[in-house]
Design a protein around this ligand. Structure first.
Ligand SMILES: Nc1nc2c(c(=O)[nH]1)N[C@H]1C(S)=C(S)[C@@H](COP(=O)(O)OP(=O)(O)OC[C@H]3O[C@@H](n4cnc5c(=O)[nH]c(N)nc54)[C@H](O)[C@@H]3O)O[C@H]1N2
Ligand SMILES: Nc1nc2c(c(=O)[nH]1)N[C@H]1C(S)=C(S)[C@@H](COP(=O)(O)OP(=O)(O)OC[C@H]3O[C@@H](n4cnc5c(=O)[nH]c(N)nc54)[C@H](O)[C@@H]3O)O[C@H]1N2
Ligand code: SF4
Ligand SMILES: [Mo]
Length: 751
């Protein structure tokens, strides 16, 4: 470990750590006393975050120090509780029970890997090994409730789901944000720490910020224009905007890259949609559509950025396709201030050369019960419960969860918990005994975050500047702690029926494959790459291989001065490779190397939208909101939360008057799936016809070891959401935003 930690006084020391909590990936200064985090401050010298941080990152000490966090493996006892166990005991139990589902009946053990897994090198590099060992296609993650419509739209246009376009925030003149509230979430599929500053700078340089959101959110508050759209109508809004662009001749043919096909077709299609009808469908003034069309098309540089509000809804894929179409036909693709591609230091789908004819990573197989399509190697999360609960050959009987809480993050929590209960065997790698892990037979805890080195292999695809950073482990593993990659490889060995294989041997095998690949990318002999990285092991070796064979790499010495992990270790504030620069056409991974603006899968989905236009808009639609001190479901126990009413159901004054409700009333919120109760709060920020609740709550029921959050459990949004009939058709994503609900006063508590 070099330069990772500096002694400050006799008993404290300070080191750097990239925050592992959200996609902003802020650089933090962490003060340690022994093994405890006693202080956290933003790092002003960090080349990405430049001093930005938030309450969650600054709360890392509380999060890591939560006395209820699991630090020792837990084994289920005969009375349904848990007891602490040694690692040997825990793995012995897994060895006794897991191979029945991986060796004897391959495919019957599923895996669910959650959000934090994407923020650690361990899972980034070793999850694949475990999945291969499970010999299963029953692989789930939040991606299918979070980003798939966006992934699919980008895959259809540019060839990869991860190589997305990014809003070039710092250089744009016109930013249209749809379905994202970065002043609370800190942004998603865009890594741009310090959003508040960046949005203020946009306006200071005379730029325009438009926010499309049913709620006047914190982000909408700082915008020039807020478009208070009815939930689920972003595609209609964008069709209206494009229709105006088409009929007023505002497209910028002179700035559209040569590799784009279908511009005329898409404009002709858009012109068929009457902006007035689209405005009515969105429940907004026609002038808003016209002004956005003219402002966006007329700006020197403009870009639209869509996120979760546009994904978890009825027309997610169409909306996300239209976002790209808008950017492209106005001549804003692949230019500064427009939509650009990053060039990630560790490489990835859109930097690696194409060796085989590219194939859409979508619908290559289907789920057993309902025949729903795979995407990027995973099944839709809406299949999770039914694959466990539906009898027959191929039924899922065992489960591994890694850093996930499907009982609170997937739709229809009632069915999810019934399914978890029905499993024959379950292992969780997790630091809490929560709504999901309470069903496990064995729980294995990850080690403290400061024992792990970090580089954002995945999230650097979303960085709005090409900066590479690595923060090394600050302290070694302590007694009784096991690294998460070690846990994953032990599980893989057991699943394969070779429990006694040393982890170091498997790691060498994984590295040998990675070395051959890296050598190929770097254009050197395998031995050269192997020798250059021989002193390292674990995630650090795999990372070094990726960096050195990546776009800035030293090619294992062939390119002296090029990037290595050692270079990043010497400069933990990061190395700057400059602003995003144009990457067309080499960035494309589509079958013909071009961009087709009218993919067939899109054409097939349009009639569904047309049909919806005649649907009456009445009743209340429930949408989701995030909270500053939350991270989905898992920080509520560690971080003090502002107050109990933060889980309130928000309702507009007009709806409250119509329903005869007041702030402080206890209400029953019912969908066609379930009923939950909540406190009502009347809030001017909401448009009429819309109510809002946060997700990730409902910390109740038996067996939890989260006493602080259980004392103020909140309501479980996801109990209300359907996982069977109402889906975003192309991707089979659940519709979390725009759930029809009724709201009535009640004196009852939740059943
Ligand atoms: N504090 C905090 N930060 C987080 C998280 C957290 O839980 N807490 N979670 C992290 C994760 S995993 C993710 S994926 C990101 C998500 O980051 P964001 O995408 O920014 O997510 P939200 O803050 O939920 O913002 C979504 C917005 O969409 C709006 N919306 C709802 N329905 C519609 C609709 O139909 N159309 C439009 N246009 N808007 C709609 C909502 O009102 C809300 O303001 O945040 C990450 N950051
Ligand atoms: N209604 C509704 N539902 C949603 C959303 C929404 O906006 N609305 N958002 C969706 C989105 S975007 C996402 S990403 C998902 C999140 O879905 P999940 O990833 O399933 O849920 P989290 O609440 O993030 O749970 C993270 C888990 O990881 C554990 N953990 C934390 N750190 C580590 C670690 O280092 N190692 C290990 N092994 N475990 C760790 C925590 O204890 C917790 O159990 O929720 C989705 N669900
Ligand atoms: S914004 Fe995200 S990355 Fe930055 S400190 Fe907060 S949680 Fe961590
Ligand atoms: Mo997410």
């Amino acid at each position: 470990m070099r330069r990772s930690i500096v002694t400050r006084s006799t008993d404290t020391a300070v080191g750097q750590r990239i925050c592992p909590l959200c996609e902003s990936c802020c650089g933090l200064m962490v003060e340690l006393s022994g093994r405890a985090i006693v202080g956290v401050a933003p790092n002003p010298a960090d080349l990405m975050s430049a001093g930005h941080s938030c309450a969650k990152g600054l709360g890392l000490g509380r999060i890591e120090g939560d006395p209820e966090r699991i630090r020792t493996p837990l084994l289920r006892t005969a009375d349904g509780g848990f007891r602490e166990a040694t690692w040997d005991e825990a793995f012995a139990e897994i060895e006794r029970r897991l191979p029945a589902f991986t060796v004897d009946d391959p495919g019957s053990c599923a895996i669910y890997h959650g959000n934090p897994a994407a923020h650690h090198l361990d899972a980034t590099f070793y999850l694949g090994e475990l999945i291969a060992a499970l010999r299963t296609r029953n692989i789930y993650s939040p991606a299918s409730v979070d980003t798939w419509p966006k992934n699919l739209a980008h895959m259809l246009l540019y060839g990869t789901g991860l190589g997305m376009t990014l809003p070039d925030l710092d250089r744009t003149d016109y930013l249209l944000i749809l379905g994202s509230n970065p002043l609370v979430s800190n942004g998603s599929t865009v890594t741009a720490p310090g959003m508040h500053r960046r949005l203020a700078e946009l306006r200071e340089r005379g730029g325009t910020l438009v926010v499309v959101d049913p709620v006047r959110t914190r982000t909408a508050e700082v915008a020039d224009v807020h478009v208070p759209i009815r939930p689920g109508t972003d595609a209609q809004f964008l069709l209206g905007v494009l229709s105006v662009i088409a009929t007023e001749g505002l497209a910028r043919a002179d700035r559209i890259p040569d590799v784009v096909d279908g511009v005329e077709t898409v404009l002709e299609l858009a012109a068929q949609f009457d902006p007035e009808q689209m405005a009515a469908s969105c429940g907004i003034d026609l002038d808003l559509i016209r002004n956005v069309a003219r402002g966006f098309a007329g700006a020197p540089a403009a870009v639209a950025h869509s996120r979760i509000g546009t994904c978890m809804q009825e027309f997610g894929t169409l909306a996300n396709w239209l976002v790209e179409v808008l950017t492209i036909v106005t001549g804003n693709l692949d230019r500064p201030g427009g939509a650009m591609f990053s060039l990630p230091a560790a490489g990835g789908q859109n930097t690696w050369p194409v060796t085989r004819p590219p194939r859409l990573m979508f619908d290559r197989w289907r789920s057993r019960v309902r025949g729903l399509p795979e995407a990027m190697g995973e099944l839709p999360a809406v299949c999770f419960a039914e694959e466990i609960l539906t009898p027959g050959a191929g039924r899922t009987r065992a489960l591994i969860t890694l850093a996930g809480n499907p009982a609170r993050s997937l739709p229809n929590s009632g069915a999810i918990e019934e399914a978890l209960e029905a499993l024959d065997f379950m292992v969780s790698v997790d630091c809490y005994l929560n709504e999901t892990t309470r069903y496990a037979d064995v729980i294995l805890p990850p080690p403290p975050v400061i024992t792990r080195g970090h580089h954002d292999v995945t999230l650097s695809h979303f960085q709005i500047r090409n900066v590479a950073r690595y923060t090394p482990p600050l302290i070694p593993l302590g007694v009784g702690e096991m690294s998460e990659w070690h846990i994953l490889l032990r599980l893989a060995a057991i699943a394969k029926g070779t429990p006694d294989r040393p982890v170091a041997e498997i790691d060498d095998e994984v590295a040998a494959v990675a070395t051959r690949r890296a050598a190929r990318l770097a254009g050197c002999e395998t031995d050269r790459a192997a020798d250059a990285t021989a002193e390292r092991s674990g995630p650090q070796r795999l990372l070094d291989l990726r960096l050195r064979s990546g776009p800035y790499g030293d090619r294992f010495g062939l390119e002296p001065g090029g990037l290595t992990l050692a270079a990043l270790e010497d400069r933990p504030d990061g190395i700057d490779f400059g602003p995003l620069s144009p990457r067309l056409p080499e960035v494309l991974r589509t079958p013909n190397g071009r961009i087709d603006l009218m993919p067939e899968m899109i054409t097939r989905d349009l009639p569904r939208l047309r049909t919806s236009l005649s649907r009456p808009a009445d009743g209340l639609l429930l949408i989701n909101r995030r909270q500053r001190r939350g991270m989905n479901s898992w920080l509520h126990n560690a971080l003090p939360q502002p107050d109990d009413s933060q889980c309130a159901l928000l309702m507009s004054p007009a709806d409250a008057a119509e329903h005869g409700l007041m702030t402080g009333d206890r209400v029953a919120v019912s969908s066609h799936v379930a009923t939950v109760t909540a406190e009502l709060r009347v809030d001017q920020a909401l448009r009429a016809g819309v109510v809002s609740m946060p997700h990730g709550w409902g910390h109740d029921g038996p067996g939890l070891r989260t006493s602080r959050s259980a004392a103020a459990p909140g309501s479980n949004y996801n109990a209300l959401v359907d996982d069977t009939t109402d889906l975003e058709t192309p991707t089979a994503s659940p519709i979390f935003n725009g759930v029809p609900v009724t709201v009535t006063r009640t004196t009852q508590e939740e059943p």
